[in-house]
Write a protein that binds this ligand. Structure first.
Ligand code: ATP
Length: 228
């Protein structure tokens, strides 16, 4: 569960990115975050995995009230939230397998369980035959699949994706969306910021629209709502 109450975020340079956000997202929902450039979508998302802290307001993620948790518990929060970026953010010198295994090595899983789990997620994203490849040897869509595999390898309850299809062509974007849908069908919450009118209007899910740092629409099976 994700809960925000009266959340404000003003950056140190004085820019007010969020101006009073109130929202509740239940476990297992699939939510698009839409809005024009600079509306506050990325800021909204960054607050959820504590990349940024709110200036004021309350944020609860999976029973953890973020401004009350101790720094040493932040890794536990992060383990329960997988993050996927527009530009993949893979480590270029590590293979596909190593990029994914890394997320488990840092939490000191046993080598045997790491191997089992990495091969399992590679299978889930359809990349079992690319385990030994380097990121540069993959297409953009395949690289995004690796980053999705990395995001879900800890079996997080929430996956957050900031414009995950922004660098991909339309066909590849649909394949990536199919992967997100499969992850959602297994009960994982998906929060996805996107500019893609096509995706939002075709694969219907809850749509939260942000404008000037406030939620201006919140519809269970909404449309993108802007001419682009
Ligand atoms: N680290 C930062 N420091 C100062 N201002 C910032 C910072 N990050 C974002 N902003 C400002 O906050 C506002 C909201 O930005 P944000 O990145 O959340 O928007 P967005 O809706 O994700 O935009 P886009 O669709 O272009 O990614 C913008 O005015 C932006 O310039």
């Amino acid at each position: 569960m994700i809960l925000m109450e009266d959340v404000y975020k003003t950056y140190p340079n004085g820019v007010s990115a969020l101006n009073g956000i109130n929202v509740e997202i239940k476990q297992g929902e699939f939510v698009y975050i839409v809005g024009q450039s600079g509306a506050g979508k990325s800021t909204f998302i960054k607050l959820m995995y504590r990349e940024e802290k709110p200036t004021s307001g309350k944020i609860v993620i999976n029973d953890m009230e973020l401004d009350k948790i101790k720094e040493k518990r932040v890794p536990f929060l992060r383990r329960d939230i997988g993050v996927v970026f527009q530009d993949f953010k893979l480590l270029p010198k590590l293979t596909v397998y190593e990029n994914i295994a890394y997320a488990l090595e840092v939490i000191e899983e046993s080598p045997k369980s790491i191997r089992t789990r990495v091969l399992e997620v590679l299978d889930e994203v359809g990349l079992k035959n690319k385990a030994r490849f380097l990121p540069a040897e993959l297409s953009g869509g395949e690289q995004q699949r690796v980053s999705i595999a990395r995001a879900i390898v800890n079996r997080p309850r929430i996956v957050i994706a900031d414009e995950p299809t922004g660098n991909l062509d339309p066909d590849t974007s649909w394949e990536i969306m199919k992967t997100f849908e499969e992850i959602n069908e297994r009960g994982t919450t998906i929060i996805m910021a996107t500019h893609s009118k096509d995706i939002v209007n075709t694969l219907k899910n809850r749509v939260i629209a942000i404008e000037n740092g406030v939620i201006v629409r919140d519809e269970q099976r909404g449309e993108y709502g802007y001419e682009v």
